[in-house]
Design a protein around this ligand. Structure first.
Ligand code: IPD
Length: 263
């Protein structure tokens, strides 16, 4: 069903879209986001009627995002909606699964490059069947770092966003990249094509599947405070090593986005 959803996304990518905004003028949604989300949920619900769902567009329509001990699917039907709207071909479907609040597996599909990233707790991470390994880099001055801007664009938030980027560049990171899809950026980290990722303002559906994939590729996913990841806290540092993750966490100033489970 994720792959069928990806076919729908691929076809719609170059077509005219009806675009609406959610929390800000940069937080976009199209009819395809809704269509793919409904398709994924209805198929999963038919197979697993007792399971719960947390999904991006349902949440935007007011559904509560509470992660209980029950088996829960955490879904982003189109990650990179802004890319999708602009026909920029970096878009993914992301599906994570948690039981007893523990992430068990994750699947992320790069819709245009047809790359399927998978991770299952204790069983490794793969891309189209090839094992994934993080780079193992520990030195920030040798790192390629990825981030995403997040939806808020008020002057105070933008100032903090740019100053965080500046801090990493002052620390002599080789580069900072923004590709417009947090899940695919996190997959690049899992593949060893980048050394770290940080963001304020991403949601549990951006993080759930990718967290399993990165951990199973040998990487670290933590809170920006340097403590354990809180899936609902809308902030993350992920890196190839704990040393790198801590260096980045220490460099960052917090941007407050609230929590997914308090909206
Ligand atoms: C967003 C994208 C974006 C990131 C946001 C995400 P969406 O997901 O990954 O790059 O900055 O934080 O929420 O809205 O395209 O599913």
């Amino acid at each position: 069903m994720g792959l069928y959803g990806a076919q729908i996304i691929r076809k719609a990518l170059t077509e005219e879209k009806r675009v609406s905004t959610k929390t800000s003028a940069a937080d976009l949604v199209t009819e395809t986001d809704h269509l793919v989300e409904d398709l994924i949920i209805s198929e999963l619900r038919e197979r697993f009627p007792s399971h719960r769902f947390i999904a991006e567009e349902a949440a935007a329509s007011g559904a509560k995002c509470v992660l209980t001990h029950n088996p829960t699917w955490i879904i982003d039907p189109i990650d990179g909606t802004c890319n999708f709207v602009h026909r920029f071909p970096t878009v993914a479907v992301s599906i994570g699964f948690a039981v007893r609040q523990e992430l068990e597996f994750g699947v992320i599909y790069h819709c245009t490059e047809e790359r399927l990233y998978t991770g299952r707790r204790g069983r490794g991470a793969f891309c189209n069947g090839q094992r994934l390994r993080v780079s193992g880099e520990t030195d920030l001055s040798k790192a390629l770092v990825l981030t995403e801007i997040g939806p808020k664009r008020d002057p105070a938030t933008l100032k903090l966003f740019l100053s965080n980027m500046e801090r990493l560049l002052h620390a002599k990171a080789h580069g900072v990249r923004v590709i417009g899809s947090s899940t695919l950026a996190l997959c690049h980290l899992a593949s060893g094509a980048a050394d770290a990722y940080y963001q304020f303002g991403l949601h549990c559906w951006d993080l759930a599947a990718a967290t399993v994939i990165i951990r199973e590729a040998g990487g670290i996913v933590i809170d920006t405070s340097g403590g354990p990841l809180d899936l609902m806290a809308c902030r993350v540092v992920a890196a190839s090593t704990r040393e790198m993750a801590m260096l980045i966490a220490q460099a960052l100033q917090t941007i407050n986005y609230g929590r997914d489970d308090e909206k």
